[in-house]
Design a protein around this ligand. Sequence first.
Ligand code: CO
Length: 251
Amino acid sequence: MIPVKNEREISVMRRACKITAAARALAGDMVRPGVTTKEIDKAVHDFIVSQGATPSFLNYSGYPASACISVNNTVIHGIPDGRVLQEGDIVSVDVGAYWGGFHGDCAATFACGKISAEAQRLIDVTRQSFFEGVKFARQGNRIVDISRAVQSYAESNGFSVVRDFIGHGVGEHLHEEPEVPNYVTPRRGPRLVRGMTIAIEPMINQGTVAVRVLKDGWTTVTADGKLSAHYENTVLITDGEPEILTVTEGL
Ligand code: CO
């Protein structure tokens, strides 16, 4: 069963998601040469806690940090550590906050100092692929309509769509139904109904689609060592325009 949120639950999710989006923005502002990924993680943690919320990822299936910070060829689930960010890096930051019984989940890839034109194009296409997909996040459509739009946009720009990880419903649980792939699958997926809240999160590679998980069980890297970018928002299905919940306005 896909959870459908009532008005009260949606108000709570709005706040959880604003906290999450503000944590993403704060992390993005910290991305510059010389900063360690652990420093960014600490700032994310302390901000979320200062808002009376809990970092959704900390201890989730044993995950050891509040943010996932994935640099360059790391696709997702990079574990913050003493790595010092360098000029030219691209840095994906994924955060989640739990407030009032509900989670928000969002991510973005940030440029560290001056980056190559091709790296910037990967970031821009990844972000835009989310916005192409979210246009179809409307009552009556199916999940596959979102997936198709994300995939067509990314692939028509010469990039590849990661298959091994997908978006998901988000609410009382960080991961709940429905599955939200960023590529077309034989199953069209369920029809969308107002009150559903989903995380649409394209993970887009510069080279081939293949990814590999390192021995730490989390860090997911591109098999060919090329760059990868990520962009995610939590989105509410309404009876009209989709509402992106992970926005900072009004926190
Ligand atoms: Co997610």
